[in-house]
Design a protein around this ligand. Structure first.
Ligand SMILES: [Zn+2]
Length: 83
């Protein structure tokens, strides 16, 4: 799984390729040749299904700071829940 910046969610999110029954049948119909196409499936946001994303290196400084702040906040919340 990849963690990439989702523009729809406005935060970093888990991205992976989604294979459904359509993919499964495509593999059967093509006698397995469809497996070659699987790596070319777009990565999709696991939260919203959006398939556009930006890598961390493409983020602006402001977005990176915001992400850092959100992570810090999340960390604080996790800690306070444990106490
Ligand atoms: Zn998303």
């Amino acid at each position: 799984m990849n963690f990439l910046y989702c523009e729809n969610c406005g935060k970093k999110s888990g991205y992976k390729r989604l294979f459904g029954w359509g993919t499964f049948f495509a593999v059967i119909v093509t006698c397995g040749f469809w497996l070659i196409a699987l790596p070319f499936y777009p990565l999709r946001c696991m939260t919203c299904g959006n398939d556009s994303y930006r890598r961390e290196s493409e983020l602006t400084d402001a977005e990176r700071n915001l992400d850092r702040e959100l992570n810090k906040l999340g960390e604080k919340m996790r800690k306070s829940r444990k106490l």
